[in-house]
Design a protein around this ligand. Structure first.
Ligand SMILES: Cc1ncc(COP(=O)(O)O)c(C=O)c1O
Length: 428
């Protein structure tokens, strides 16, 4: 449950009217709710408490230092996919012994950096990579803990661009090849094979794909477990759903009820890498209406946030609830259902950004209250794969970020300037 509510006619984040933040810092502006992040972390920890579980927040989903700091304070681990993300975790004061590292293309420098910080384990995505990690660890006189990221060829029934556990995806290792690797593990003296892992895709709005994958992986582990490959950890990745529109999203307990019995059967530790379900509903993106216009039948509202800020609608056709932050037509947006306000006053509207691309669109003919220049809108459920995927496309500076906690707030990322855009460039 998130902490954004309309009180009377005005949107609040926790106990702060978000209009105050837009006034102080300008727009576009990312606003995060600390309490929402904390509630989400507590809820998942509790749901999986029947087993020894390390929650590793997926840094790629929301990588701001301020947000990582909230997870550090909750004693979270971190799931990373690059040396840059490890750098962020370290700068945020995270515990590197609770870091797991996935990704198909880890470079030598990244591997060295991770070994030197004693991460919990590498999630290895190919035999080539295993050989390379072993070689580098030997050079460093270290033993690198690893898990094999398995590709169980399971369809998570999500967007094709965010499916990762099927045979045609680049991620993970086919089970037959993984079996050969385990049998030959003594050929890689620089590594210690302690785990298996799987990440099927995102979001997965049903526990069933996890069961389907574990039905394949559990027998694999039981068959191949040995002193040289103890498989003390099973990492089930991320992928837990988030309410965006009208999806039936399982609770953490429902996912746990499916996953936990498999972990108990294995008698091992569980690792999870949740991102979207931790950060997604923690943030909104605030944007000001610049202009409005009609083209024949269509009404356009042009806002100052674009696909460079929040790319998900352009990239995945994803839905984000959007509403003015001050309104006499208050929506019932509580994260479990969207009850339309007074529908008679709504008009079909395309809310679009300033970027010179036809895909820079947040709503298509969506019934919304009439808006005018100077109004501010909130784009909801924008915390995961939001600011972290933002870019400078069309040379727009990246937006500022604010973390709200109760009645207080702090800026956690300054707004970029036009000079920042060219800071690393040299003209000729
Ligand atoms: C390896 C890995 N782990 C965890 C995640 C986080 O997934 P989610 O944000 O759906 O929880 C991702 C994202 O797709 C991922 O690639």
């Amino acid at each position: 449950m998130h902490r954004y509510r309309y009180r009377e006619q005005e949107l609040y984040c926790e106990n702060v009217p978000v209009a105050t933040l837009a006034e102080e810092y300008g727009t576009p502006l990312w606003v995060y709710s600390r309490k929402t992040l904390e509630d989400n972390y507590k809820a998942i920890s509790e749901a999986f408490s029947a087993v020894d579980c390390t929650i590793c927040f997926s840094v790629k989903s929301c990588s701001s230092l301020g947000v990582l700091g909230v997870f550090r304070e909750m004693n979270s681990g971190f799931d990373i996919v690059s040396g840059g993300e490890l750098h962020r975790v370290i700068k945020a004061g995270g515990d590197t012994s609770r870091v797991v590292y996935a990704g198909v293309g880890k470079t030598d420098d990244e591997i060295r950096y991770a070994i030197s910080h004693n991460i919990m384990m590498f999630n290895v995505e190919s035999e080539d990579e295993l050989a390379n990690i072993s070689r580098i660890a030997e050079e460093m006189d270290a033993i690198a803990p690893v898990s094999l990221r398995l590709n169980p060829d399971v369809d998570p029934k999500t967007h094709r661009k965010t499916t990762t556990g099927k045979k045609e995806n680049k991620f993970g290792i086919d089970l037959a090849i993984a079996a050969q690797i385990v049998n030959n593990i003594r050929d890689y003296p620089g590594v210690r094979l302690i785990g298996a892992d799987v990440h099927l895709g995102s979001p997965i709005n049903s526990p069933a794909p996890y069961a389907e994958a574990l039905e394949k992986i559990v027998p694999f582990i039981l068959e191949h477990r040995s002193e040289a490959a103890p498989f003390t950890h099973m990492n089930c990745g991320g992928g837990f759903g988030l309410f965006y529109k009208d999806e039936a999203v399982p609770t953490f307990k429902e996912y746990a009820d499916t996953i936990v019995p498999y972990i108990q059967k294995l008698g091992c530790k569980l690792v999870l890498e949740p991102g979207r379900s931790m950060a997604g509903n923690s943030a909104i993106l605030l944007a000001d209406v610049q202009y409005t216009k009609t083209n024949g039948e269509k009404t356009f509202v042009i806002i100052d946030a674009g696909m460079n800020d929040l790319i998900r609608p352009a990239m995945y056709e994803s839905y984000h609830f959007l509403w003015p932050i001050i309104t006499d037509n208050t929506p019932n947006w509580n994260g479990v259902g969207e009850t339309p306000a007074d529908e008679s006053k709504l008009i079909p509207t395309d809310v679009v950004g300033p970027i010179c691309e036809s895909s820079d669109v947040f709503t298509h003919d969506r019934p919304l209250p009439p808006m005018q220049r100077g109004d501010t809108v909130a784009i909801f459920s924008a915390g995961a794969y939001g600011s972290t995927m933002s870019s400078n496309y069309n040379s727009h500076p990246r937006a500022a970020e604010v973390l709200v906690s109760g009645e207080e707030w702090a800026i956690i990322r300054q707004r970029e300037t036009w000079d920042d855009l060219i800071r690393l460039e040299t003209g000729i």
